[in-house]
Design a protein around this ligand. Sequence first.
Ligand code: PGA
Length: 233
Amino acid sequence: MKIIVANWKMNGGVDLADEFIEEINTITSPNTIVVCPPAVLISRFGNFSHRVGAQNCFCEENGAFTGENSPKLLKEAGCKYVILGHSERRSIFCEDDELIFKKWKAAVAQDLIPIVCIGEKIEDRDNWKETISRQLDFFLDDCPLGDTIFAYEPVWSIGTGLIPTEEKIETIFAFIKELLGDEAPLLYGGSVTSENAQRILACQNVDGFLVGGASLKIDEFKKIVAFGAVFNH
Ligand code: PGA
């Protein structure tokens, strides 16, 4: 079974949501399909026949945190998953590894399935091992990972059309699996399209995708999901 996650970021709207629901509801797939729309659209997905996730959450249950959403609120709105530590959260909103780990704890406490993003910036391309080890450090500290999903997204690949070679993906995924163990699913993210999905999914240890831009084009997303079914072995 593969896991295909659509990360809409701050895109889409009511019309896209309705069309996406109608189209993707027609798919019966052995794979897990998750859509993560902007938070205000989550409740629109009440009749979605696949899964819904959020793109972020805060680490407290309630309180004076203007603009934030708690895992509890997200769960009540219909989420089952939550993306944490996306590189845009890390760079634009200054989230560090400790805060991301606190959010992870809060999400797990509400039985949300966290999708934790890791990956090196362009300037760390040669030092990816150090970056990834640091980003995973809190999670390796005797911490039962439960249902946690991880997503390796090289920052230089997000939205750029650049992707690592298959050989590089296999090397990096083997390294991460070695750290995390075999249980935690590991997704690839960064410029996934219907053109490259098939060969990335064929790489060893790739358990699915976190798809940004291509998830806003419904036909394109459907093709990516279909590749997931082909590689369901
Ligand atoms: P992209 O984004 O597919 O548009 O590169 C992926 C992501 O940021 O999760």
